[in-house]
Write a protein that binds this ligand. Structure first.
Ligand code: COA
Length: 262
């Protein structure tokens, strides 16, 4: 399927989605969000895809995504704003619940909706020139694509509230030090590092990866006892798979496992 504001590339079991609005630092228009919804729905349903990298395409300045498209926000009334928030949150929820890992390769500005997209991803790595933040309050609005909920869960309430209320951007090194990104790379090495991570994930049992993501993500919003109970159920369920038998047998036979997603 062709997209106007995205590029979707496939390299075997890896899909690379690049947001591409070069003249607007990859800002998220509603049309871009709608395309992201379609693209990620397709990737979710494609059993051959084991891992996804989300990044920003070439732009005027290094950019992952510089936020929601401010020109579109300018005319919104409350009903339009709620629709937009539902659309943006829908994209983020879809990414978080994709059932396969999504790696955000943050290659420049990740602001507002751009940071919210990255927060919905399962792993975040950044180029040394990345700048991340939720500047919404500087525009007189609040984050609407999940930022007020996912940022505190990731970096803790104290740091999140500072960033949300000041709108301050952090550079890549500070982002790493507060746990907002896992590692920082020279810009030219970012995509290769993301692909290396993706390769490690793709070599693992895909059902195991999916259920482990599910256990962790669902458990994060549950009391500990409920999360642990959920983990038990999924641990039992994984024991019905051929891949579990293959993974354990391969270890005992001292050979690499051949997982079949079954
Ligand atoms: N929405 C719409 N257009 C955007 C945009 C956004 N979120 N971010 C950048 N752009 C556009 C600019 O309007 C400009 O377009 P123009 O060339 O037609 O005037 C182009 O992208 C380049 O941006 P510019 O501001 O000239 O680049 P810069 O290097 O001086 O500054 C930023 C870069 C990221 C600091 C600045 O663009 C910015 O603050 N953007 C908004 C970030 C934001 O608040 N996002 C949250 C929105 S809720």
């Amino acid at each position: 399927m062709g997209y106007s504001h995205l590029k979707v590339a496939r390299e075997e079991s890896l899909a690379i989605v690049s947001v591409s609005r070069p003249e607007k630092l990859n800002a998220l228009s509603d049309a871009t969000l709608t395309e992201l919804l379609a693209a990620f729905t397709g990737l979710r349903d494609d059993e051959a895809v084991r891992c996804v990298i989300l990044t920003g395409g070439e732009a005027k300045r290094p950019a992952f995504v510089a936020g929601a498209d401010i020109a579109e926000l300018a005319g919104q009334d409350p009903l339009a704003a709620r629709r937009r928030s539902r659309l943006g949150q829908g994209v983020c929820d879809l990414i978080e619940g994709l059932g396969k890992p999504v790696i955000a390769a943050v290659n420049g500005f990740a602001l507002g909706g751009g940071l919210e997209l990255a927060l919905a991803c399962h792993v975040r790595i950044a180029s040394a020139d990345a700048k991340l933040g939720l500047p919404e309050v500087t525009l007189g609005i609040i984050p609407g694509y999940g930022g007020t909920q996912r940022l505190p869960r990731l970096v803790g309430m104290g740091m999140a509230l500072e960033l949300i209320t000041t709108g301050r951007m952090v550079d890549a090194e500070e982002a790493r030090s507060i746990g907002l990104v896992n590692r920082v790379l020279p810009p030219a090495e970012l995509l290769a590092a993301a692909k290396e991570l993706a390769g490690k994930i793709a070599a693992n049992g895909p059902i195991a990866v999916r259920l482990a993501l599910d256990a962790a993500l669902r458990g994060a919003s549950l009391p500990l006892a409920a999360g642990l109970a959920g983990e038990q159920e999924l641990f039992a369920l994984i024991s019905s798979t051929a891949d579990m038998r293959e993974g354990l047998k391969a270890f005992l036979e001292k050979r690499p496992a051949q997982f079949r997603n079954a």
